[in-house]
Design a protein around this ligand. Structure first.
Ligand code: SF4
Length: 360
């Protein structure tokens, strides 16, 4: 019997919430479902805090958000959590204790853990990058069963993609084209029911891959921004930002090479971002076979973050690491934290690649 493996990025354990120093606290604007165990504990709290807890929890077991900003009722004026201050960190409900950590289970084969890009402290670590660490989970709770052959195929393909992204001698463009090629090949293998052992050896990175011209890229980016602008926004300001980017699209795309030459570290950060998206989402194809749309959605995410970066750079006349953190974080909040939005993007990517998507 195979032993469950736990994989997590090397920066996972470095994560610390920066609490009051956070610019977009996760204690504002998010509905927090309190787990049953914590609800029971909160019912036992007495005194003024107990009274406050009972007033602050809705009948559905969520914290009652307050004010226009929709703040958690325990987030105080200094940006600190009153529950932690009065009862200690152990008093937090599961979501508050775990966020922005996430977990994925693949049957009894694998548990994967990571930190989510929607948190600025996590985004800093993700952009700086790291490697993957493999251990055995302390508590190997199995998840929904997966087909072992399909899982191995996707897992092997993802390892190769992550290796390409870690390759220092390739440019970002070469890496992205190579990821596209590998994802297409993986999808063919999935559709034809190949085993991982049957896969041809992937040609050396940098092999012949078609290079899109600028007008094609512009058409595709315009469609992508339009698709994103039709999704349910988490932040009401997001559609306006997408529209502003679309309004200057030719200028932004033309400025990308100069932006990258002036901020050479950004190429590495985009590769790290792409590694994060692939690590977090690609292997979920083990449940539905949709490998290519997930890889394309990861590439689309990096493209949108890059366009926002260039937009900021041209508008402000400067660009910092923190600007890049903010672009990545905002994108993540809109796409990764709304299942319907991410699925819509992946669907569009798959249809667009297959040529079934009608252009306007
Ligand atoms: S978004 Fe991240 S850094 Fe900010 S309060 Fe939440 S967990 Fe802490």
């Amino acid at each position: 019997m195979s032993v469950m493996e736990l994989i997590k990025p090397s920066y996972y354990d470095e994560f610390h919430c920066i609490a009051s120093a956070c610019r977009d606290s996760c204690c504002i604007g998010w509905e927090i479902d309190i787990d049953r165990e914590s609800l029971e504990r909160y019912k036992q709290v007495d005194g003024p805090l107990g009274e406050r807890l009972r007033r602050a929890v809705t009948e559905d077991g969520c914290f009652r958000l307050t004010g226009e900003e929709e703040r958690c009722p325990f987030l105080n004026g200094e940006g600190l959590c009153d529950l932690i201050l009065e009862l200690g960190e152990a008093s937090l409900c599961e979501i508050c204790r775990e966020h922005p950590r996430y977990y994925e289970w693949y049957g009894s084969l694998r548990k994967e853990a990571g930190i989510g890009l929607c948190c600025e402290a996590a985004a800093r670590l993700i952009l700086k990058g790291g490697s993957l660490e493999r251990t055995a989970p302390e508590t190997p709770e199995p998840g929904d069963e997966v087909d072992g052959e399909l899982f191995s195929l996707l897992d092997g393909a993802r390892d190769r993609m992550l290796a390409v992204l870690a390759e220092e001698r390739l440019s970002l463009e070469e890496k992205e084209r190579e990821i596209c090629r590998m994802a297409e090949e993986t999808q063919r293998a999935v559709d034809e029911g190949w085993r991982w052992d049957d896969m041809e050896t992937v040609p050396a990175a940098g092999a012949e891959v078609p290079r899109p011209d600028l007008s094609w890229t512009e058409r595709l980016c315009r469609e992508l921004l339009t698709v994103l602008s039709r999704l349910e926004p988490m932040d009401p300001a997001w559609p306006g930002q997408l529209a502003a980017m679309e309004g200057r699209l030719p200028e932004l795309l033309a400025a990308v090479p100069e932006f990258l030459s002036r901020h050479p570290q950004r190429e590495r950060e985009y590769a790290n971002l792409l590694s994060y998206f692939l690590f977090r989402h690609f292997l979920k194809a083990a449940f539905d076979g949709e490998a290519l749309p997930r890889a394309l959605a990861a590439l689309a995410g990096v493209q949108v973050v890059c366009l926002r970066d260039v937009f900021l750079w041209l508008t402000k006349g400067s660009f910092s690491f923190e600007d890049g953190v903010e672009s990545a974080r905002r994108y993540s909040k809109e796409l990764e934290y709304c299942e319907e939005n991410l699925e819509a993007l992946e669907r569009w990517c798959g249809e667009r690649w297959n040529g079934r998507y009608e252009t306007n």
